[in-house]
Design a binder for this molecule. Structure first.
Ligand code: 5GP
Length: 118
């Protein structure tokens, strides 16, 4: 599977469609999810053309990977959930069933998220 340059997040990176930005640097963009599943729901994406978590981990440079992981903490602070806590999710591959084929993590918080696995 090759990267689709016309996926919705590629268009957001290029500024072709608007987004409610929470954080941006040279390698990373974060914006509010259009259909929030929690009081705080932010998506973090690398600016490079990576399809999935697997693709990103295998192909991105060390600089991109470090920037992306640091951005999670920065976004949590910017979104006001660094102290209260949050959940990070990356839906990956056929079983993970992502909707958008550009790597992203969801940050969900602002409320007690319950236990995923009991
Ligand atoms: P996935 O299911 O791929 O892990 O998550 C994709 C997320 O992108 C969904 O939560 C969905 O609501 C969000 N989304 C889809 N299209 C748009 C859009 O145009 N703008 C924003 N801000 N979020 C979107």
């Amino acid at each position: 599977m090759s990267y689709d340059m016309n996926n919705i997040f590629a268009k957001i990176i290029r500024g072709e469609i608007p987004s409610d930005k929470v954080y941006e640097d040279a390698h990373v963009l974060a914006f509010k999810d259009i259909r929030p599943q929690a009081k705080v729901h932010v998506l973090i994406i690398p600016k490079g053309p990576y399809i999935s978590s697997q693709d990103f981990s295998e192909k991105a440079s060390d600089v991109e990977i470090v920037a992306f992981n640091r951005a999670i903490a920065k976004v949590a602070k910017a979104a006001g959930v660094a102290v209260t806590g949050y959940r990070v999710i990356a839906n990956t591959g056929p079983d993970g069933r992502p909707e958008v084929p550009h790597y992203h993590v969801h940050i969900l918080g602002g409320q007690n998220m319950g236990r995923m696995v009991s």
